[in-house]
Unconditional design. Structure first.
Length: 140
């Protein structure tokens, strides 16, 4: 076989047999950025860019969701204003402090009722977390 290769001339090899040229637009990546993920043909640099783009998109979506929720709360507060119930606590019926309404115009609970609600929610989260941790040992 080596005899055959030595006897080949440039006329014996067609252009179609050559590997395609590497386009000059492709960046030359340092070796550390060309590591491939297991079972993947995606270079690390491409994966990193994709990951950063996904994170940025997630942040933008979260901001849009927060703005949408805030607008819905403002709309609810305006409806309560028209009904004459704006500024009254949903839980105890007492008037919500003006200071609180200035800070959070769409507040639906007074400070005391909101703190009580948050305490109950925190206890529920802790209880759920404990149950989740102990269930790891009982799911046999």
């Amino acid at each position: 076989m080596s005899d055959q290769l030595e006897n080949l001339s440039s006329e014996d090899v067609s252009i179609g047999d050559r590997p395609p040229a590497i386009p000059s637009e492709l960046p030359i990546l340092p070796l550390r950025d060309t590591v491939l993920f297991p079972n993947s043909f995606m270079p690390l640099a491409v994966a990193r860019e994709s990951s950063e783009a996904d994170i940025q998109e997630d942040i933008e979506l979260a901001l849009i969701q927060m703005k949408s929720e805030t607008l819905a709360k403002v709309d609810d507060a305006l409806a309560r204003l028209e009904q004459g119930t704006y500024g009254n606590c949903f839980e105890c019926g007492e008037e919500i402090a003006e200071k609180r309404l200035r800070a959070l115009p769409f507040a639906v609970r007074c400070k005391d009722c909101e703190e009580h609600k948050e305490t109950i929610e925190q206890r529920q989260r802790q209880l759920t977390a404990r149950r989740g941790a102990t269930s790891l040992f009982f799911d046999i």
